[in-house]
Ligand binder design. Structure first.
Ligand code: CP
Length: 327
């Protein structure tokens, strides 16, 4: 693995997930792999889980870690080629990235979308400019359209549940049913977690995958192709084993809130038609807006386990990159 910006950088999802689960059992199995290597975690936007879990993962591999809040502490970066920098941007990525590439052996980048310019956001120009000019491996810590470390974690968490299940349940004759449901929110949020989850679950190919959302919240088909899509949430939830809850703003008429129907919030009542489904959310979550307290605090909620698994996903990815750079 050279860079990690989407599922397309992964040869074998199951093998990578298995590696992550092995690190969970033995966090220091490869404690010398990253000795003498330094990773820079560059945040253009806020984070709790990604920042801390990736730092722990890198340290478990023996790497030195430096975290830098570019968005708050750095110069405002310009990403447009041939820009006349007479506005608010102070430093061009063309100048900054090669320096960062000299300071670090691996760079992680978090950069949210503008939600105002779909073409620019969906071109992923920010992370692509880092890749173009840094000259070292680049790991997505969530970008405009995707959040691959989160999605790998989500698959790890589902695999772990299946492995932990009592033996008869490990051999269910039917496929797992995974449902991604839109949830209400007070702010227009990126589509990246939903895009990424859809992309990974489709590529994994080991579940019946249903996406449900109100009309006008269709995601980009390049990520959802292969899933069943319905506007009927209750129908979607029927017989679900896993329900992944996430808000996103509109994709086609970009970055808007059309309907914010509170009846889309997941409640215990709605979950009665599922197969005692486990509940997932990437966090942070707006309680009693996206998900009710009863659901989040129930025994079926995997959200804490899911967030904890972020360490092992990041560690598996960094190990793959380090092995490639050590060749
Ligand atoms: N899920 C996730 O990426 O959390 P943070 O925004 O806190 O990193």
């Amino acid at each position: 693995m050279q860079h990690f910006i989407s599922v397309n950088n992964v040869h074998n999802i199951d093998a990578l997930a298995q590696k992550a689960l092995a690190y969970k059992q033995n966090p220091f199995a490869d404690k010398h792999l990253g000795v003498g290597k330094r990773i820079g975690l560059l945040f253009l936007n806020p984070s709790l889980r990604t920042r801390i879990s990736t730092q722990i993962a890198a340290e478990n591999l023996g790497m030195q870690v430096l975290t830098f809040n570019v968005g708050n502490d750095g110069w405002k970066l310009e990403f447009e080629e041939e820009a006349i920098m007479s506005g608010t941007t102070v430093e061009h990525i063309k100048d900054a990235a090669p320096i960062l590439g000299n300071y670090f052996d691996v760079i992680g980048v978090r950069s949210f979308p503008s939600l105002t310019n779909k073409e620019e956001d969906y071109s992923e120009h920010v992370i692509k400019q880092f890749i173009k000019y840094a000259g070292v491996p680049v790991v997505s810590l969530e970008t405009a359209t995707l959040h691959p470390l989160q999605s790998l974690t989500d698959i790890i968490t589902i695999k772990e549940q299946v492995l932990l299940a009592p033996p008869p349940l490990q051999k269910v004759s039917r496929k797992l049913k995974i449902v991604l449901t839109w949830a209400p929110h007070i702010k227009p949020l990126p589509q990246c977690v939903a895009n990424s989850f859809a992309q990974w679950i489709n590529a994994w190919g080991q579940a019946d995958f249903v996406i449900t959302h109100p009309e006008d919240y269709e995601l980009d088909e390049q990520f959802t192709k292969g899933a069943t899509i319905t506007h009927n949430q209750q129908e979607a939830l029927k017989d679900a084993d896993y329900v992944y809850v996430k808000n996103w703003s509109t994709y086609h008429d970009y970055g808007k809130i059309y309907s914010n129907d509170p009846s889309w919030m997941l409640t215990p009542e709605k979950l009665k038609v599922t197969q005692n489904a486990k509940i997932m959310h990437c966090l942070p979550v707006r309680r009693n807006v996206e998900l009710s307290d009863e659901v989040l605090d129930s025994a079926n909620s995997l959200v804490t386990q899911e967030a904890s698994n972020r360490v092992w996903a990041a560690q598996a990815v960094l190990a793959e990159i380090l092995k490639n750079t050590n060749k």
